[in-house]
Ligand binder design. Sequence first.
Ligand code: PGA
Length: 260
Amino acid sequence: MRTPLVAANWKMHKTRAEAAAFVEAALPRLAVVEGVEVVLCPPYTALESVGRLLQGTAVRLGAQNLHWERQGAFTGEVSPTMLAEVGCAYVIVGHSERRRLFGETDDRVRRKVRAAFDAGLVPILCVGETLEERQAGLTDSRVTDQLAEATADLSAEDVARLVVAYEPVWAIGTGHAATGEEANRVSGLIRAWLRGRFGSAADTTRVQYGGSVTTRNAAEFLQQPEVDGALVGGASLDAEEFVGIVQLAARPGGTGGAPG
Ligand code: PGA
């Protein structure tokens, strides 16, 4: 059984002070939930301070992006080594906002996923179709194409630890979540593709759903057999709401998965 993973993607929200207030409010309650792994992904500026507050707890730290090189003349970028140094265990790669607004290509996503593993970080690889692609019947091919590109440099061992977030672009930040049934279908497709390429390693890959997840709809996704947790944006900004989603994801007795 895979341990579900619920990650908070704060995007460009929260100063260090606001991040600290969130952790103070949420941590005592997150610390007592069993059978779910929790990751907070603050903006770069709050990584170190949040990491310090999480020290000695089971809640893990994640970043929202990285560069693929270890160092160099890349003004404004942050390397995998730097993220590992401040205590990150996870890093979101290929989020649709980065693909759409910042020109992130499948090729860059591939390099970032490899670089994350090389630095000891576990990538949370985001894949998902746009509304136009869905309407044109291209959901499955778009998702598997993204997956094929992003995992081209990975070994089965990497894939066993990888986290994939299925995030239909039309569901992100819109309040229009997918149905549990469709999230389960596409998550199953993702795992089947990974199994075809990497064998039984895919049995421990965690596949999350992301896109307008709240406490009101989380159970619908989290009870699906192929869905191993959630990547939560807007609803993760509120401590009460995020803790509620984590509680709904808990599968006591769950083992497996592969924390970084
Ligand atoms: P949302 O964002 O929960 O606000 O839809 C999800 C995401 O972007 O990861």
